[in-house]
Design a protein around this ligand. Structure first.
Ligand code: 5GP
Ligand code: MN
Length: 343
């Protein structure tokens, strides 16, 4: 068996005070993988707390145990006390300390063991062992594999499977992206463990408020710009939109994907003005790699088809900066388009 699993097995052979970290603005995969692993570790007799830099989206509140997550933004002292007591850390769904902001303070020189399970590109050496698989659909898929490799498939209870299935569903857009035979087998195992796929899908997809649907209408009608020569579409939101629509965390989730519903487009950008920075969400189809664009021009990263970054320039300047990069990628965009449509 893999040395890394043996190392994890040894660490988990003794009772540990575990802290699970996941990334800022946690999504279904970050929260689902954390809760799935937490329920499993508690079942094995460990003590385990999830600490996240910022709050989780409302639609995930149906997940059992989510209320016990400690949010550093809301309770920094309590989070720090829990971290101080920890004997083992898990790093889930991120692979560089800058994704957890202040929570990373002091961790680089901290001697306590850290285990990373993550599916983003280019993991930094911030844990040992590191389970990194950018071909995996989600960290939830990898947590299932981790538990299975430890020989504990039978410990995947309904609470564990509900959490993991949720993250798989959100990170694959409902089994649209990064699916594989192995993933569908894993999904089948999760349903056999008691997960009700229809109920989870309802929680995940039918959770929009009237405000969110009206905001989507505004984005599509008034804030969408197409750049057909580079097969790119963008949607932007300014600070006034944030006030007018009372936009809260999570309200803009998924809007970027609408652009890619146009078959001739290969790249979608969602560029939105935050109080101090402008954030970009990038999406692409097929072999078109938006991770490199996020990394090269917007201090970001992510995956080939879903990446993000930020800019300290004003909104208009950021939009122009994004558009100015597109000619550099023209050949790649065209090649990806041809490849995508010849399959
Ligand atoms: P989203 O566009 O949904 O915020 O993020 C999509 C993906 O891009 C995430 O899974 C994450 O991996 C990556 N991502 C988003 N924002 C950033 C960022 O500021 N830095 C890095 N390194 N990755 C990001
Ligand atoms: Mn993920």
């Amino acid at each position: 068996m893999d040395d890394r699993i043996e190392k994890a097995r040894r660490l988990l052979a003794e009772r540990q005070e575990v802290v699970i970290f996941s990334h800022r603005n946690p999504d279904g995969d970050a929260v689902g993988s954390s809760l799935g692993l937490q329920h499993y570790l508690v079942d094995r007799g460990h003590s385990c707390t999830i600490v996240l830099p910022s709050d989780y989206p409302e639609f995930l509140t149906f997940l059992p145990g989510i209320q016990s997550i400690v949010i550093y933004d809301n309770e920094p002292e309590r989070a720090q006390e829990i971290i101080d007591r920890a004997t083992l850390f898990f790093i889930l769904d991120f692979n560089a300390f800058d994704r957890i902001d202040r929570l990373a303070d002091g961790l680089a020189d901290d001697e306590r063991p850290r285990i990373m399970i993550d599916h983003h590109l280019y993991p930094e050496e911030i844990a040992d062992p590191i389970f990194s698989d950018p071909s995996a659909s989600s960290t939830c898929e990898m947590v299932y594999r981790f538990i299975d490799d430890l020989g504990d498939r039978c410990r995947v209870s309904k609470t564990v499977s509900d959490s993991l299935y949720t993250g798989i569903l959100t990170d694959t857009g409902g089994f649209k992206y990064s699916t594989s035979p192995a993933l569908l087998r894993t999904a089948a195992n999760l349903l056999e463990a008691g997960t009700d796929a229809y109920k989870i899908a309802d929680h995940v997809w039918n959770n929009q408020s009237e405000k969110q649907l009206r905001l989507l209408g505004h984005c599509l009608a008034n804030r969408m710009e197409l750049i057909p020569e580079y097969r790119t579409g963008l949607i932007y939101l300014n600070k006034k939109d944030y006030e007018d629509f009372d936009i809260q965390r999570g309200d803009t989730e998924g809007i970027v994907n609408y652009v890619l519903r146009m078959p001739q487009l290969m790249i979608a950008a969602f560029i939105h003005e935050q109080p101090t920075i402008v954030k970009l969400s990038l999406r692409s189809k097929g072999t078109m790699d938006v991770q490199q664009i996020a990394k090269a021009h917007f201090r970001g990263g992510g995956h080939r088809n879903a990446a993000g970054g930020a800019s300290f320039a004003p909104l208009g300047a950021t939009i122009n900066r994004f558009k100015r990069q597109l000619p550099k990628y023209a050949a790649e965009i065209e090649a990806a388009y041809l490849e995508f449509n010849n399959q």
